[in-house]
Design a binder for this molecule. Structure first.
Ligand code: ACM
Length: 535
């Protein structure tokens, strides 16, 4: 009898463990308690702070969509309480969640903390809460105590909307799904060789010419991936300034900041095709191709008109995006660019510049000053640190070639984000196979590989505090439709989120994999996200 009781106890505690072990990313501290709380149409809610507004709106809209009711503001016992408590919750974006049979208490010190408290609460509910289809009338939530906060401040995802255009609706879905995993930086790659996707009122040809692909348009139709994709116009499109304001507000309601990227001076075929008279030296006889094989795609830093143009672009971009940084690319300026440009030769003589590298440093020095005038800081790919750049020390560096590049940038004193291709480029195949979508130019990035990424190492030493976080990149050369984008993102975004949020001590692969397959994927399924199922 005694043995039987012990077995029963063991089983029930295991079962309780399972019902709370649904959360991705893993909370820093979670304790299962006895009992559960039930939400139904008689449940109330109360708050003593305006900081809970986004969180409450998010919860209410999901309850309305999946149950047809919302929580009524009430003082009664059986309710969900939002309480401003900076004494208990010490860290930015952190929250404290207490669930027992009578009450749910969510405490935080900022808007993001309340939002993440609600995300965790919803991950403890039946996955149907994410589905948006009316069905369930009552929700059972296991009693527990959770103390949680992010390991890193920068938890990002890049979506490349240039190589292939994604609709406003998809961009919103992408941001919402990020927020569901407590990711908080959407890096929006808006311009590249294959398309300029942001309306700039001063320069209408950027979108009139630079956002259109396919037969009869000025952008070379052969630009990747039109060559591989169906010969239709699916890659055409851009975001109006009003679209962008809408998306920025949508992201803000989910605690996501948007980092816009205008990729210069390389990766600029769309811009130089729209405005050759401003951005190219007519006397330049250089002929070159980028690593992606795009011919003559680079803005000329020897022309004053290039700086005037970029000043105009940045003035509009900086007013559209409230975030403090603008990303100006700086990656992969092709060898051979400007070699035979008289304007560059003149610039080099006048400024005493000795190499192409010094020309690029000069260009970014000026871009940094232009950004400063518009009240913004520079973000850029790691290449801007080659040579001797003159950049403000606040400039944010993104390391993509390998982890060491990030450690080096941090050691030089720059805030740094780790986005190494070997772990965090989600455009790469999961496994090497002809039947898998995705790029093959780097090594495959399995779910396990992403999870095994450790952003900090002993060798980063005192510079560790400069490593602000991690980011995955979804480049879109091969993303011919939303299904492929979904497939390459999911489930790898789960691993990214846990690397970004959870301390090393609480991370464990087997437990993570179970949460992904038992819970995370159910949440994707009800949202009709086309994720990769095989292990
Ligand atoms: C990059 O992948 N060129 C940043």
């Amino acid at each position: 009898m005694k043995q039987y009781l012990i077995l029963l106890l063991l089983l029930s505690s295991l079962w309780a463990g399972n019902t709370i072990d649904t959360i991705i990313p893993k909370p820093q501290k979670i304790i299962a308690n006895k009992g559960s709380f039930h939400i139904d149409r008689s449940t109330g809610c109360q708050s003593d702070t305006a900081l809970s507004k986004n969180a409450l709106t998010y919860l209410q809209s999901h309850l309305l969509k999946s149950s047809g009711f919302v929580l009524k503001a009430s003082q009664k016992e059986k309710s969900i309480h939002f309480h401003y408590n900076p004494k208990r919750v010490k860290r930015a974006e952190g929250y404290h969640l207490q669930i027992d049979h009578k009450k749910i208490l969510i405490e935080a010190r900022d808007s993001a903390g309340f939002f993440y408290g609600v995300i965790t609460l919803m991950q403890l509910m039946d996955p149907a809460i994410w589905g948006g289809k009316i069905g369930k009338k009552e929700w059972t939530i296991p009693a527990c105590t959770i103390e949680d906060y992010p390991r890193f401040q920068w938890r990002g995802m890049l979506l490349d909307c240039s190589r292939n255009y994604f609709s406003k609706a998809y961009v919103k879905k992408f941001i919402d799904r990020m927020a569901q995993q407590k990711l908080n930086r959407f890096h929006w790659h808006l311009t590249d060789d294959e398309g300029w996707r942001i309306e700039i009122k001063r320069y209408p040809k950027l979108t009139k010419i630079g956002a259109r692909r396919g037969p009869g348009t000025k952008l070379p139709f052969s630009t990747y991936p039109a060559m591989r994709g169906p010969k239709t116009n699916i890659q055409s499109g851009y975001y109006t300034q009003s679209d962008i304001r809408e998306i920025v507000a949508y992201a803000k309601a989910r605690s996501v900041e948007i980092l816009p990227e205008i990729d210069v001076p390389g990766h600029s075929k769309a811009a130089v095709t729209a405005y050759p008279e401003l951005l190219l030296d007519p006397e330049d006889k250089s002929r070159y191709r980028s690593v992606q094989r795009v011919a003559n795609n680079t803005i000329n830093p020897g022309l004053e008109s290039s700086y005037q143009f970029l000043d105009g672009v940045i003035s509009e971009v900086s007013r559209l995006f409230p975030f403090g940084y603008i990303h100006l690319g700086g990656d992969e300026v092709p060898r051979g660019a400007w070699q035979k440009s008289p304007a560059i030769q003149k610039l080099m003589r006048r400024r005493g510049l000795k190499s192409r590298r010094e020309v690029q440093n000069y260009f970014f020095g000026r871009m940094d000053k232009i950004l400063a005038r518009h009240g913004k800081k520079l973000a850029a790919w790691q290449e801007v640190l080659d040579g001797k750049p003159k950049l403000r020390k606040s400039s944010l560096i993104m390391a993509w070639k390998n982890r060491q590049a990030g450690i080096d940038a941090a050691k030089k004193g720059y805030p740094t984000v780790m986005a190494p291709v070997q772990f965090l480029y989600f455009d790469q195949q999961y496994v090497r196979s002809k039947s898998e979508p995705g790029h093959t130019w780097s090594s495959p990035v399995s779910l396990h590989k992403t999870y095994a990424f450790h952003p900090l190492s002993r060798s980063s030493g005192n510079s560790t505090r400069n490593i602000r976080g991690v980011q995955a990149c979804l480049w879109s050369e091969t993303l011919l439709n939303e299904r492929i984008a979904d497939y390459l993102a999911w489930p790898r975004v789960f691993a990214l989120a846990e690397v970004a949020w959870s301390n090393e001590e609480v991370r464990e692969w087997n437990n993570f994999e179970q949460r992904v397959y038992r819970s995370g994927m159910k949440r994707l399924k009800v949202q009709h996200i086309h994720y990769r199922k095989s292990r």
